[in-house]
Design a protein around this ligand. Structure first.
Ligand code: A2P
Length: 284
């Protein structure tokens, strides 16, 4: 049974959601329908993933009451700004075929490196957030938040925000824990969501995680996900295989001892995707 977490505005969110980036490249509708059948009730999509129509179709055809689902989408980094946000939100809702959205996030705090507006991120974020706040106040979104925001991006936003973001969705997994940003979010009552919680499968070969997995007699993926869950994060694992979808949804049965949590916390940086909000993608 997936636990619910209460966001800072009282909205409840399932702690495990299905990540749809890349997992939907070949058969989006099929993969999302499988995830819903496997038991996922929280789906994480984005304009950038180009699968919102597949998500919408899978929702429409799954016969699960709307209120049992938690659907998140994100505004792409190339669409920041007040007018753009309003327009793109309408496009997203049309593609999803929904009357309301559970959560809408600013996907990245800055346009792409090389974009003429790259340096104007402070103004763009504030203007975008104003549009988000209006959509939230109109009741079209139940919670608004951000993704890939580091401390300086959050400080800029909070200086002008009426509504504190409900979440910050970051790359978070053993070997990439972004402690400064995590602590800042915890101090400001912003829930943390973990994308790539198993480090795009690179972590599956890590010797320490393999040793710990042997000790608890579970898979390395389960160790990574359990670590994130025990850290209080909302996790967004993704898989194209039904068995793995189910395995990832069932985590939480193994409780890692404090000493193993500490060993994982102290392990060297590893498995990073190479994506950073303020820089060109780093080749790794
Ligand atoms: P697959 O789609 O073949 O299952 P992340 O969410 O950290 O970015 O990782 C996604 C990758 O991890 C995908 O390549 C996915 O492959 C793989 N994966 C997801 N869940 C598991 C699991 N329980 N065991 C092994 N590999 C997994």
């Amino acid at each position: 049974m997936v636990k619910n977490i209460e966001l800072n505005n009282g909205v409840m969110i399932p702690q495990i959601g299905f990540g749809t980036y890349k997992s939907t490249d070949s058969d989006g509708y099929g993969v999302i329908s499988d995830a819903l059948r496997a038991g996922y009730r929280h789906l994480d999509t984005a304009a950038l993933y180009k699968n919102e129509e597949d998500v919408g179709r899978a929702i429409m055809e799954c016969n699960i009451p709307r209120e049992e689902l938690f659907i998140t989408s994100k505004l792409a980094r190339y669409s920041l700004g007040y007018e753009n946000a309003k327009r793109e939100f309408d496009i997203t809702m049309k593609k999803l075929g929904l009357k309301y959205l559970d959560m809408y996030l600013i996907h990245w705090p800055r346009p792409d490196y090389g974009d003429p507006e790259f340096d104007d991120w402070k103004r763009l974020d504030i203007d975008t957030w104003r549009a988000f706040e209006e959509l939230y106040e109109e009741g079209r979104i139940r919670a608004i938040g951000v993704s890939n925001f580091l401390v300086h991006h959050l400080e800029n936003l909070l200086e002008h925000a009426k509504v504190v973001p409900a979440v910050n969705q970051l790359e978070l997994h053993p070997g990439y824990l972004q402690e400064d940003t995590v602590t800042f979010c915890e101090d400001n009552n912003i829930a943390l969501e973990a994308w790539s919680p198993i480090g795009r499968a690179r972590l599956l070969h890590d010797p320490l995680l393999n040793r710990i997995a042997e000790k608890y007699e579970v898979s390395v993926a389960e160790i990574c996900l359990s670590f994130d869950i025990q850290s209080g994060f909302i996790i967004l694992p993704k898989s194209t295989h039904v068995e793995r979808m189910k395995e990832n949804l069932a985590v939480g049965q193994v409780i890692l001892e404090d000493e193993d949590m500490e060993l994982i916390r102290l392990m060297p940086q590893t498995g990073w995707s190479g994506e950073h909000p303020d820089r060109e993608r780093v080749a790794i």
